[in-house]
Ligand binder design. Structure first.
Ligand code: 3PG
Length: 208
């Protein structure tokens, strides 16, 4: 399933991590990001309109590749998969979640930071993991130190990443992409500044 996930990402260096407060924002936001070159987006289940937003974007934005984020348990995994999410992101690993993902065709990108968490994900057959919260957990230096013992494991760090430090991560051999909310700031979404978001997306899409 890693291959499936990697082909969905298609080399996109930055995955927007979105917290959508109003379902009406979902489609214009996804359009602006896709126009700027960020077709793959993660809509987090941190608001009550997240699943509705996922469904709307899938229905109306052909270009978009929509994943669900902040999935905490098997029930949410099923809901997100049922809504049509192409991939699912969780902040951490649990046995229950790994089992739900094992039974599903939808790939899971679970968070892991410590060697023990990484080994737990590895035992479940996963070798592409989210590293969250990246900056707070030790940043690029921490991630770099994982490359030697965990040679086969690759990461998508998220948490505290911006244009200022994204390249520190993208330059590491065990990093495929980074995730972040900086490409869709709350104030710009609220103001409907889709042109501004498209511009941020274009800048992010050109990284690496
Ligand atoms: C995530 O879930 O990946 C993070 O909340 C994104 O973190 P950021 O808001 O610091 O980019």
């Amino acid at each position: 399933k890693t291959e499936k996930l990697l082909s969905l990402l298609d080399g996109q260096p930055v995955i927007p991590v979105l917290k959508i407060e109003e379902a009406a924002h979902a489609v214009p936001l996804a359009r602006a990001l896709a126009k700027g070159g960020l077709r793959v987006i993660e809509i987090t289940l941190r608001t009550g309109v997240a699943l509705e937003s996922i469904r709307r974007v899938i229905g109306e934005v052909e270009d978009a590749v929509v994943g669900a984020g902040t999935i905490l348990d098997a029930r949410q995994f099923e809901e997100a998969a049922h809504a049509g999410s192409k991939f699912i992101v969780s902040p951490g690993v649990t046995r229950e979640l790994l089992a739900a993902a094992g039974d599903s065709p939808v790939p899971l990108l679970p968070g892991a930071i410590t060697p023990g968490e990484i080994m737990m994900a590895r035992e479940a057959g996963l070798d592409f993991l989210k590293f969250f919260p990246a900056e707070q957990a030790g940043g690029a230096a921490f991630l770099k130190a994982l490359a030697s013992p965990f040679a086969g494991i690759r990461f998508c760090p998220t948490g505290g990443i911006t244009t200022a430090n994204a390249r520190d991560y993208l330059g590491l051999p065990n990093v495929i992409c980074v995730g972040g909310s900086w490409v869709a700031p709350d104030a710009m979404v609220k103001a409907g500044d889709w042109a501004g978001i498209e511009k941020l997306a274009r800048e992010a899409a050109g990284m690496k």
